[in-house]
Design a protein around this ligand. Structure first.
Ligand SMILES: [Zn+2]
Length: 365
């Protein structure tokens, strides 16, 4: 999940207002806070009821776009809260809570893909969580907690630590200082080194029911929650990102081209990836791969006699295409796309990736 992809109301109201003037500085821009989502309330309460035996290392895992990162941050807030509520949730009012929400808690260390730039402090997106940041974390947890509660580190996504960074974290995982809690987040536990996985207690982030997801999207202002939820296979935050009209018109263009494999121009479609800067190209590539993955999965479903799940608005084209594809090459193609999507973190040539995927797509027919 991209932390900057949605703006929760609590960060819109300028959380810096809660911080007194002498503690304010003009240093790096604070990382945005992500409030707890409605479908996470019960799971969060029952997890925090076990606070006395809270593990030193917790791995929050689950599909993309369901709010794992928000969950991890709210666990951290609750562990640092100075006056937790009787049900274990953070009070939201104490100094610790206010600092955490403002992105300025001295005992909350956040290693994320948004990182303050070394020169101007502006938040920039990085590909990996590098060893120097993990070293800063491991040194920091050796120090006494500033506010006397605990030290909490959130690493999201944990699968974006490179090997050296993961190794640097091991010692802290093996011999954690007292009152130190690590919360790791991943949608791909298989890409987290086994040495790290084996030292974490696993926590499956809850999924909302379809009704809850629809209601939340509608409250967030999405006009047709049903359609974007289908496209995101039920993941609400992913659905919210798809609800952008520009993204929907981009999707339309892709589906129109995929509906006519014989006429599909690889160069023209792959060229759509090129717009914008580096982050924008990466986002376009991610969406294109998601659409190809959903499209090939729907062809397989329709071929097996089921209804299209993620592209219900393209049922006619899918019904026409499904009998033209042999199941085994289709399955292989789908797996290849999934592997490509998992590699997205690493430096690559977006256009070449898409061209290869489209050439293979045309060859299916
Ligand atoms: Zn509090």
């Amino acid at each position: 999940m991209c932390a900057a992809s949605w703006t929760p109301s609590s960060t819109r109201s300028n959380p810096r207002n809660h911080v007194s003037a002498d503690e304010r500085d003009d240093g790096p821009t604070a990382l945005p806070w992500l409030p707890l989502l409605p479908w996470q309330l019960e799971a969060t309460r029952s997890a925090l009821a076990q606070r006395a035996t809270w593990p030193h290392a917790l791995l929050v895992h689950g599909r993309r776009g369901i709010g794992k990162h928000a969950l991890a941050l709210n666990f951290a807030q609750a562990l640092l809260c100075e006056t937790p509520r009787p049900d274990g949730l953070a009070c939201g009012e104490c100094p610790s809570c206010r600092y955490a929400i403002a992105g300025q808690h001295p005992d909350l260390i956040r290693l994320e893909l948004l990182e303050p730039d070394a020169t101007d402090g502006a938040l920039t997106e990085v590909d990996t969580i590098a060893i120097d940041r993990v070293r800063t974390l491991t040194e920091s947890v050796q120090l006494t907690s500033h506010r006397g509660r605990a030290k909490v580190a959130v690493i999201a996504p944990a699968d974006r630590m490179n090997v050296a960074a993961a190794n640097a974290l091991l010692k802290t995982l093996e011999e954690p200082p007292a009152d130190t809690f690590l919360i790791l987040v991943t949608e791909q536990p298989g890409r987290v080194p086994a040495t790290i996985l084996s030292r974490c207690r696993q926590f499956a982030a809850p999924l909302p029911s379809a009704d809850d997801a629809r209601a939340w999207l509608a409250r967030t202002g999405v006009a047709a929650p049903e359609l974007v939820l289908a496209q995101a296979a039920g993941a609400p935050l992913a659905a919210l990102a798809l609800a952008d009209p520009d993204v929907q018109s981009e999707r339309r263009a892709w589906l129109t081209a995929l509906s006519r494999p014989a006429q599909l121009s690889v160069a023209a479609l792959a060229g759509r990836i090129e717009a914008g800067g580096r982050d924008e190209r990466k986002a376009r590539l991610a969406r294109a791969l998601d659409w190809l993955i959903a499209w090939s999965a729907d062809i397989a479903r329709v071929r097996a006699g089921d209804a299209a799940r993620q592209n219900p608005d393209a049922a006619e084209a899918l019904t026409r295409l499904a009998p033209q594809v042999a199941p085994i090459p289709l399955f292989r193609y789908h797996r290849l796309l999934l592997a490509q999507r998992a590699l997205l973190a690493h430096p690559l040539q977006p256009r070449l990736v898409v061209e290869a995927a489209l050439i293979d797509y045309k060859a299916l027919f």
